[in-house]
Every structure is written in C-alpha cells, then in structure tokens.
Design a protein around this ligand. Structure first.
Ligand code: GLU
Length: 324
C-alpha cells in the first residue's frame, strides 16, 4: 500500500513538470520609500494572482516571488548577474553601461544581463532645504550634500553629474552617503542642505521632505546637463510639473532616465515568460498599484530604455501578443 502511494506521487510529480512545483524568485528593488520597491512588489502580486487564478482554470504555475528592499540599481545588476537575485530594477543608464562595459563597468562588462521591460520615467532630482538659499547647481558649492549610498543608481548618476561639471565630491563642504530612506529626515533635521535622488514621480520619500519641511527641487539645466543629454542616448530632459508636490509652484526642468526591469540569461525562459505574462495579462491592475505607473504603455515598455539584449522568455510572450 505504502509503495503504491509512493508510486502515484512519483508519477504525478513527473506529469506535473518542473514549472508547477514551487520555485522561488527574488526581485531586487531599492529603498522602502522609493518606487522600485513598489515595482517589485507589484510584479510579485501579479505573479501570485496568476498562480491563484491558474489553480481554478487549470493553467497553473508554481512560482513564488519576493521583492526585498536593496541598495538600488547597481547592487541589483551585480546580484542579478551573479545569480543571487533572479530579477532586479535598474536605471536605464546603468543597464546601458553594464551591457557595454562602460563607465563604472569598464573591465567588468555584464554579458549575461538581459532586459525584460522598462517601467516609469525617473528624473534626477536635487532637493534642497527650505532656507538653504540654494537655487542652482552653482549654489551647491561648499554645502552639505547627500550623494547617496554606494550601489544606488542616484549615487552613480550624481558622480556622472559631478564629472560633467568638472568637479569632484570635494566641491561640496561635506558629502554624505545616506540611503534614500534616511535622506528626507536628514534634510528636514538640518543635517544636510541637499540631496540627489533618481526616482519616479510622485513618491513617498520626496513628499516627506516637500510636505514635511518645505524642501524644493531645483532646476538642473546648465551646460553640463545639456552635454549629458546630447551625448548619451539614455539621458533626456524631464519636467516635474507644477503641483506634483506642495512646494513645486513652477515646472522644474532636470534630466532623467527610465526605470527598467532586468534579469540574467541564466534564468529559465519559463520563469521569465510567466513573470512577463503575469504583468501584461493583469496590466490594468498592475498600473493601478502606483501613480508613477499610470501612463505606462506596453509598446513603450518593450521598446524604450532597454539596451541589454531582451531575454528569450520575454520575447516569447511579446511575439504571442504581436508586439514583436
Ligand atoms: N533610482 C534609484 C536607484 O537606482 C532607486 C529609486 C527607487 O527606489 O524608486 O537606486
């Protein structure tokens, strides 16, 4: 009898196939008050929804998903390509450099990095304390500025901006390395005069500083920024419209990138296919999970901001939908 049950278990196990036994995936995000954390958790929610709906319709997948907070873009690229994470969210500038072995990835090209889709636009924003007197880039000289934690996208992009302005971090009176979830309270407490953050609009972290202590976002449109936009396909001018936060009383001009969802060629086609399918079969529900997702469109997500080769599992779904 026992042997009989055992044989049934083996035979059903075999007919179920590998995709149906529970398999776990982790998505690297960013700080808990940013938008990457919302992206990762929205994707997981759609994956679990498909798993649950599949149970009643007979189309079942066994994937389980978690989206922990991480240090951000470059941390995620490193951990996705080394196999510690299956997916990650990353700025399009760092996806480009990792793919091409340029900038901080010189000599460290990530040939197995794969794109899946892009997500929301991310303007690079410099927030300044209410009475700091800082109105332009030049006013930041000698000030206490948070340049971001190592591994974050904004830290890398802030270094690019310093470089473009022909200065180093010693241009500031002091440069701190606080995380995105620490920087708004540091600004409101008077510990720093300004911070730089590449993040979707709107988001809770920036609102905390704008609404909490009247922080403002300055224009970034000097010659250095003009040069960055002219010379790099992944940078574009961006506008933060009046009224986005309580202290934005005029449109702000800056430059920005796109958030992108990446994986590695070492991740199974089936897993990537099911993740992409879960997002696009439940697209209205996905978009409703955060205001920064409101204007997403599938074709832009497939064709904009992705510089790494597209993962085969994603291509399979996009072809089925006639998007490729
Ligand atoms: N762009 C930031 C980074 O790459 C993260 C923004 C967010 O958490 O939404 O680290």
């Amino acid at each position: 009898m026992i042997r009989f049950i055992f044989l049934i278990m083996i035979s059903t196990g075999l007919t179920m196939g590998t995709a149906k036994s529970a398999e776990f995936m982790s998505i690297g995000t960013g700080g808990p008050t940013g938008v990457y954390f919302q992206v990762g958790n929205a994707v997981c929610q759609m994956v679990h929804r498909e798993a649950a709906e599949g149970r009643s319709s007979g189309r079942q997948h066994g994937y389980r998903c978690s989206a922990p907070s991480t240090a951000g873009s470059n941390y995620n690229i490193g951990n996705v390509t080394s196999g510690e994470l299956q997916f990650g969210v990353s700025q399009s500038d760092w996806q480009f450099h990792a793919t091409n072995g340029s900038n901080r990835y010189e000599g460290d090209q990530k040939a197995n990095l794969r794109s899946v889709f892009s997500v929301h636009p991310e303007p690079f924003q410099i927030l300044v304390a209410k009475n700091s007197g800082i109105e332009t880039w030049d006013d930041l000289e000698g000030k206490a500025v948070n340049v971001g934690n190592p591994g974050s996208g904004q830290r890398g992009t802030f270094e690019v901006l310093l470089d473009a302005n022909n200065v180093g971090a010693d241009y500031f009176g002091s440069a701190t390395e606080l995380t995105s979830s620490e920087q708004s309270s540091a600004l409101c407490n008077g510990d720093i005069d300004a911070y730089g953050y590449t993040v979707g609009v709107p988001n809770a972290g920036v609102a905390q500083a704008a609404d909490g202590c009247g922080a403002e976002i300055i224009n970034l449109n000097n010659d250095a920024v003009q040069g960055l936009v002219n010379d790099n396909p992944f940078y574009a001018f961006a506008t933060i419209p009046t009224g986005t936060y309580s202290t934005i009383t005029e449109d702000v001009t800056t430059f920005g990138v796109k958030a992108t969802f990446v994986t590695s060629s070492d991740v199974d086609d089936e897993m990537v296919y099911e993740v992409v399918r879960a997002v696009f079969e439940n697209f209205d529900a996905f978009k409703s999970l955060h205001p920064a997702f409101r204007n997403l469109s599938p074709l832009q997500m497939v064709y904009e901001g992705n510089s790494a080769p597209m993962h085969d599992g994603a291509i399979r779904y996009y072809k089925e939908r006639g998007w490729m």
